[in-house]
Design a protein around this ligand. Structure first.
Ligand SMILES: O=C[C@H](O)[C@@H](O)CC(=O)C(=O)O
Ligand SMILES: [Zn+2]
Length: 279
């Protein structure tokens, strides 16, 4: 069985009262990418699970964790994988999928043996993993660079010029509820997801990477009229409750992977906040 940490769901009323460290303990996930081991964070928001694995000395198998009370990890779940490192492979019940830098794999419910490996220990794969409960077995599918849906958002004038890449969304691959993609901020811009939004029917997790050494991203959360911030370093993730905005501004440009789960699969189903009404 794999190791795991549990994060409970909390109400906006109680979150208002948290100090800096309490807010971090509740929502921030530090050192997501672990070398040669897989340690899950199990959130009670939509039972979303987050981990990162870097196989260097050995291959790593996907193992169940005790709270699932399941014989194998994907007995009642689906899994999304985005590789942000060197070339790697994911073996799913004997089928080998090669994942290059910034390629993804969707693994459906029911697969029993999933193994993560790197092609080279000098430039290992870095697999970022999100998993959600699933009710139906959809086929496992690789999402290569050419399969991704790319959209350009924002503008330099508003410091939010960015490229958004949809990997695991229902127009690209059949899924039960998981959605994943990657957004890269352009040089000179700093803001992601501005104008900010909420989607009370869906939770979200942001994983910040490609944050240069000695730089940071200030992540904003909370209800639109009651916001808080969390300073984040490279390789850290943050859980966004359904009632919370999730937007960040970096001291340089950066990238992040977003993963969502909840009521529907409509990527554009957001309640956008008026920038000058945020508090
Ligand atoms: O609900 C959608 C998610 O918050 C992200 O896809 C938003 C994002 O990457 C951006 O605007 O920069
Ligand atoms: Zn969102």
């Amino acid at each position: 069985m794999s190791k795991f940490n549990t994060r409970y769901a909390s109400s906006p009323t109680s979150v208002k009262t948290l100090n800096t460290q309490e807010l971090r303990d509740e929502f921030l996930i530090q050192n997501v990418m672990k070398t040669d081991e897989l340690i899950w964070t199990y959130s009670h928001y939509d039972r979303f699970m987050v981990a990162g694995v870097v196989p260097v000395k050995k291959s790593i198998a996907l193992e169940t964790i005790d709270p699932l009370k399941a014989d194998f990890f994907l007995a009642r779940r689906e899994l999304g994988i985005i590789n942000i490192g060197g070339k790697g492979t994911v073996t799913v019940d004997g089928s080998i999928y090669e994942l290059d830098h910034k390629e993804a794999l969707y693994v459906g419910l029911g697969n029993q043996v999933v193994i993560f490996s790197s092609k080279s220990s000098n430039n290992p794969a870095q697999f970022y993993l999100n998993s959600t409960p699933a009710h139906k077995a959809f086929p496992t599918k690789k999402i290569g660079s050419n399969d991704v849906e790319v959209i350009e958002l924002g503008a330099p004038e508003t410091a939010n010029a960015r490229t958004l890449r949809k990997y695991i969304v229902n127009s690209v691959v059949d899924v039960c509820q998981l959605q994943m993609g990657m957004t890269t901020i352009k040089t000179g811009s700093s803001w992601n997801t501005m104008p900010a939004h909420v989607h009370d029917r869906r939770m979200e997790v942001y994983f910040y990477f490609e944050v240069p050494e000695d730089q940071a991203v200030c992540h904003f959360m909370g209800q639109p009229q009651e916001t808080r911030h969390i300073w984040m370093a490279n390789g850290e993730a943050v859980i966004s409750p359904p009632w919370s905005i999730h937007s960040g501004s970096g001291t340089s440009n950066y990238s992040f992977i977003w993963g969502m789960a909840g009521e529907n699969l409509d990527y554009g189903d957001m309640d956008v906040c008026k920038i000058n009404e945020l508090r």
